[in-house]
Design a protein around this ligand. Structure first.
Ligand code: OGA
Ligand code: MN
Length: 211
């Protein structure tokens, strides 16, 4: 087999990380992993997102109301570009890691996840995404949400946290620091993206089951 990419990474997550991930997802509905991807792969993904941004390749994200797709920047201010297999070595390697993760989730949590879809998200300073859940009203295929952050040296005072609303009363704020993965149950975990003082880059993705 030809090595896929020059970026150091692994599709074997290790016993302790898997145990933490599966336990937290099952017990709390979310899980966080700080060094999920290697720094060189994350740098390459960040550079690719900025290259797409610089040629005007990102599009304002929309919000779905039934069959209608509306751009509503008061709800979400991010600009996105869907990842496609074969678009770059870095994206292919990222998708390979997420495919390995899909298998681990299926083998242990019996979720019947069949597909993964993901997009780059670019939040310019001051933009945000109000409190929401990731499952659509007319389609319940999105089961596990997965967000990878691409921002080197992020400081908490720069804002931009992913805020999880854990049970209606408690919140958990997670800074969008490079290499960090956050997983949560798409249908249950209300969450929002707080505004930041610098560009905020991520890849947001969804493991989907057949409906
Ligand atoms: C989303 C989302 C979170 C983030 O795209 O639905 O909630 O931290 N993203 O980028
Ligand atoms: Mn979301």
């Amino acid at each position: 087999m030809i090595p896929l990419a020059p970026y150091a990474n692994q599709t074997d997550f290790g016993y302790s990380m898997q145990t933490t991930m599966l336990g937290n997802l099952a017990e709390h509905g979310w899980s966080q992993h700080n060094l999920f991807l290697s720094a060189d792969l994350v740098l390459a993904l960040a550079a690719e997102c900025m290259a797409i941004q610089s040629i005007g390749g990102l599009k304002l994200a929309g919000v779905r109301h039934g069959k209608l797709h509306e751009v509503t920047t008061n709800i979400r201010g991010d600009q996105i570009d869907w990842l496609k297999t074969g678009q770059s070595l870095a994206c292919d390697q990222y998708l390979e890691v997420m495919e390995a993760l899909r298998l681990v989730l299926n083998q242990n949590l019996y979720l019947g996840l069949e597909e993964y879809e993901s997009h780059f998200s670019f939040y310019a300073p001051g933009t945000s995404y109000i409190k929401h859940i990731d499952r659509f009203r007319d389609n319940d295929s999105r089961t596990i949400s997965a967000v990878i952050y691409l921002n080197e040296d992020w400081l908490p005072e720069q804002g931009g946290a992913l805020r999880l609303h854990l049970d209606g009363k408690c919140v958990e704020d997670i800074s969008p620091l490079a290499c960090r993965l956050v997983l949560f149950l798409s249908a249950e975990m209300a969450h929002e993206v707080l505004p930041a003082t610098r560009n905020r880059l991520s890849i947001a993705g969804w493991f989907k089951r057949r409906t």
